[in-house]
Design a protein around this ligand. Sequence first.
Ligand code: ADP
Length: 538
Amino acid sequence: MQSLMMDFQLTLNAIMRRAEMLFRNQEIVTRQPDKSYHRYTYGDWIKRTKKLALALRRLGIKDGERVATFCWNHYQHHELYYGIPAMGAVLHTLNLRLGPEDLGYICGHAEDKVLVIDDNLLPLYEKFKDKVKFEHIVVLSRDGQVPEGMLDYEKLLEAEDESQFEYTDWDENKAIAMCYTSGTTGQPKGIVYSHRSMVLHSMAGAMTSVLSLNDEDVVLPVVPMFHVNAWGIPFTTVMCGGKLVYPGPHMDPQSLLEAYVAEKVTVTAGVPTIWFGMLQILDKDPKAYDLSTIRSLIVGGAAAPKSMIEGFQKRHNLKVVHAWGMTETSPMGTISNLKASLADLSEDEKYDYRAKQGFPCPMIELRVRGEEGLVASDGKSMGELEIRGPWVASGYYKLEESSDRFTEDGWFKTGDIATLDEQGYMEIKDRSKDLVKSGGEWISSVDLENELMGHEAVAEAAVIAVPHAKWQERPLAVVVLSEGKSASRDELTEFLAKKFPKWWLPDDVVFVKEIPKTSVGKFKKLVLRETYQNHLMG
Ligand code: ADP
C-alpha cells in the first residue's frame, strides 16, 4: 500500500521562504577587507538574492549551467549561494588557494559559464585566465571600478526589480552546487550536490545531537565558503534563523577572536590549524578576550588531538566538538558529541570519546572493511571506512573510472582507515595513503601525531612513512617546536614510548620551522614524503 503523504520536494526554495516569513530581521554580518563590519538583515539578503537570480537570467544563463564563484566568506557570497540555484543554475565554488593549473582544469571540466570574483582576487584570476574562457566575469567591486570587459555585480542587481522574481518548483534531485576535492590525494574530482541532499544535510546538521543550532545562535564559519559549502553552515544556519557572521578575508586567529567578542559568537567552525594558533594566543593571555558566549568550536577536516580538546576545555572553558566529513559527504558524516549513556565515564574516558571522530549523523551509515571483509565494531579492528546516506556522492562528475571508489552494493569507499566501537563511535586512524606499513603491520600516523602534539614543546607534528630496506616503511616525525620551547629527539621518542609499542616509535625526528599545508590547511604529507624519502637510508 502506498502512503497518502504529499510528494513535497525538498528544495532551497522552502528554506528561503521560511527565512522570509520568520526571520526577516535577523542579521548577516561581514568583516570587510578594511576590518569594518557590514551588516544587513535576512530581509535585505532575500531581496538582493532575488535580484541576483533575475540578473543571471538576463545574462542568458540557462537552467543547469554552472556559475563559478571565486570569493572569500561574505554576504555577497551568501547571496550567490542562494541566488544561483534559485534561478536554476549550479553554484560552483572555486578554491582560491589552488594553483593556476588546477583552477584552469576545474573550470574547464565543469564548463563554467560565468565567474563571479572579489575585486581583491583579480590578480589570482590573471594567473589562470589564459586557461579558461568564461562568457561573463562579474566583479564584486568595492569602489564601483571594474576592469574593461567585466561586469559590476552591484550594477547588475540595481537594474532588477525583486517583485518580478517567482519561485520555480524544482525537482529535489536537481543539481544545486558543485565542489571539487582539493586534491590532497590526487587530481581534483567534482562532486555534484542536489536540493534534496542539501536540505537533508541541513536538517540533520541542525539537530541537538549534531550542531544543535537555533535562532538564538550567532554562527561564524571560519571554514571557507569555497570548501565543501562551508560545511553547509550557510544553509543550516538560515534554516534555523540564526545570525551569521562572515569573517571576509580575515581568517587569522587574532582577527577571529576580535570578531567573536564583537558579535557575541556562539558557534564557530574550522580546521585544526586555526585552533592550534588560537590556543597559543589564549594561553599567553587567557583574560584578553571575553569568549563566554561561545558554546562550541566545531573542528574537522583533519584530526583534532585530545590535548587540544582538553586544552581549550580545561584552560579556557571552551568546548571543542570534533567532526569528520569529506567533500563527497557534503560534508557532515560524524560528530563527536557524548551520548547520554556515556555520562558515567571518568573525565579522561570522556575526553577519549570526544577525541574520536564521533557517531554518524542520522541517516548516515558506516562500516569498516579489512583485508578479509567487514571487521568487528570493537574499537580496535582497523580497515577502510565505507559510508552511505542521502548526502553522500554516488559518483564523480564526468569521471568514468570512479567506480573503484564504490562497492558493488553502492557504498562509498572513503580511503580513510578507521575503527568503529561498540558504542557506534568512529575513529580515523589514517588516510590509506598515509598509513605507515612496517613489516606487514600498520602504524597510525594520526595517533602518533596527536600524541606528539600533546607534548608541551610541540606546536605541530606530522608523521610520514619513509621507505626502509628491511621493514618496507618506517615512521619519521616532522616537528615544529612551540615558540621559546625546546625538546630533543630522544625526549620526544621517550614521550611516545609511554603510550605506543616500541615498533611504532618514529625512527627519527626532524625539527623544521614550518610544515607545508594544503590549500585548506591540512599537512601536505605528499611533499613531506618526497622531501624525506631518503632520510632513513643511511
Ligand atoms: P581533501 O581530500 O582535499 O583533503 P576533503 O576536505 O574532502 O578534501 O578531505 C576529507 C578528508 O579529510 C577525509 O577523508 C579525512 O581523511 C580527513 N578528515 C576530515 N575530517 C577529519 C577528522 N575530524 N579527523 C581526521 N581526518 C579528517
